[in-house]
Design a protein around this ligand. Structure first.
Ligand code: S3P
Length: 441
């Protein structure tokens, strides 16, 4: 693995082949730790993503009173009543960890301060603090960003709210706070986003009522005062991480790989639907249900691809995959127009700007607007041959290293350290499949 602040380079090295597992799903891993810590008793987690983001959440759960330990190949979480931590909870690069734990802390009635790295300190937290304040939570923040302090308080009130943006982090924070509120909280989600919190709360014995709103959305109701029952969780592979391996095989001639044990929940599968529409030869094999989530092995072959338009309505189901989709598009024939991307401006970096600058420096014809990105491919390998700035963003780093596998000249990135937040085995797995990606020492 690349050390902090060191770059990496990738180059053409022929076809990819073989099979590899995707690392554990990041969203489900955070939730398994938080829910295990809220339950009284022992929960075991297998397949946990041991990336930096998730390990920060594990440390936060310890600071809040839970015992969290790696025991053999699994993780053991012993939940206990939460207590105020001695120091600020430090979430480094992780928006998911910070935002979900804000809701959980509020629901548990304890106070805590929240801190993060430069990337996380630049990201909006008001979207979580506003609904929490509506529930009676007292929260301090100078400008709606970190550092944030949630003050200890009891007697939260249930709310009836509409999710202004399709954000699973905001939805989850409200649901977790609602556990400590009196009365029934109702969340109207007009546009669906990932539902791992709802699925896993149910697995931990919490009663939720989920109804269609008749217009493609859902209304989720949850009564306050419910306790979580300890539960064992097996974490499936992350479709967002698997997307880099999928893209690598799609754009590298002669490739055929299988990525095993990948979560294929429809609310996470927009990337796979999109590349199929572009002509990708992808099959989901051995489809099964594990812990209430659909899982499959994904077989990918190198494919001749054509550009398409991705509708704004699909964005929530592939929100983290646009950087790697842009790389796929740069290798396709014709234009790919991606719409509905406004949330990309507030991810680990401004991903529209990071992708546009990186592609342009690699000789790709690209244009953007406030909420769209247009990539023109010529059905051949892009030039490459640039040093790309990653802006503390793991997905920008992995996207451009993937691009270098099929570019005419190598692609270098300035900083590979953030890859460890979500896909610590990225270098090993790419190299096992035959990709030539080298971390600079
Ligand atoms: C996540 C939700 C998404 C996603 C993030 C993980 C989650 O963020 O981008 O990587 O686990 O709930 P938003 O809720 O901001 O859309």
């Amino acid at each position: 693995m690349a050390a902090q602040g060191h770059g990496a380079i990738s180059r053409k090295a022929g076809a990819l082949s073989g099979a590899a597992p995707a690392p554990g799903d990041k969203s489900i891993s955070h939730r398994a730790l938080i829910f295990g810590a809220l339950a009284r008793g022992t929960s075991r987690i297998t397949g946990l993503l041991e990336g930096d983001d998730v390990l920060r959440t594990a440390a936060a759960m310890r600071a809040l009173g839970a015992e969290v330990e790696r025991a053999g190949g699994a993780w053991r979480v012993d939940g206990a009543p939460w207590r105020a931590p001695d120091q600020a909870l430090y979430f480094a690069n992780s928006g998911t960890g910070a935002r979900l734990v804000m809701g959980a802390v509020a629901g548990a009635g304890v106070g805590a301060a929240f801190a993060g790295d430069a990337s996380l300190r630049a990201r909006p937290m008001g979207r979580v603090l506003e609904p929490l304040r509506m529930m009676g939570v007292e929260a301090k923040s100078r400008d709606g960003r970190l550092p944030v302090e949630i003050l200890a308080g009891e007697g939260l009130t249930a709310v009836n709210c509409v999710l202004a943006k399709p954000s699973a982090q905001v939805k989850s924070a409200i649901l977790l706070a609602a556990l400590g509120a009196s009365g029934e909280t109702q969340i109207h989600e007009p546009v669906l986003c990932r539902d791992h919190t709802e699925r896993m709360l149910a697995a931990f014995g919490v009663a939720l009522d989920i109804k269609d709103d008749g217009e493609g959305g859902r209304i989720i109701s949850i009564a306050g005062g419910q306790r979580l029952t300890p539960t064992d969780v097996s974490v499936p592979g992350d479709p967002s991480s698997a997307a880099f391996l999928t893209a690598a095989a799609l754009i590298t001639p002669g490739s055929e790989i299988t990525i095993t044990n990948v979560l294929v929940n429809l609310l996470r599968a927009g990337f796979y639907q999109t590349v199929r529409e572009m002509g990708a030869d992808i099959t989901f094999e051995n489809e099964r249900t594990e812990n209430g989530e659909p899982v499959a092995d994904i077989r990918v072959r190198h494919s001749v691809l054509h550009g398409i338009e991705t509708p704004a309505a699909r964005a929530p189901s592939m929100i983290d995959e646009y950087p790697i989709l842009a790389i796929v598009a740069a290798n396709a024939h014709g234009e790919t127009m991606m719409r509905g991307l406004e949330e990309l401006r507030v991810k680990e970096s401004d991903r529209i700007a990071s992708v546009e600058a990186g592609l342009a420096s690699c000789g790709v014809d690209v244009a953007s607007g406030e909420d769209w990105l247009l990539v023109r491919g010529h059905g051949q390998a892009p030039k490459g041959g640039a040093l790309v700035k990653t802006h503390h963003d793991h997905r920008i780093a992995m996207s451009f290293l993937t691009m270098g596998l099929a570019s005419n000249q190598p692609v270098e990135i300035d900083d590979a350290s953030m890859i460890a937040t979500s896909f610590p085995e990225f270098f090993q797995i790419m190299s096992r499949l035959g990709g030539e990606i080298i971390a600079r020492q």
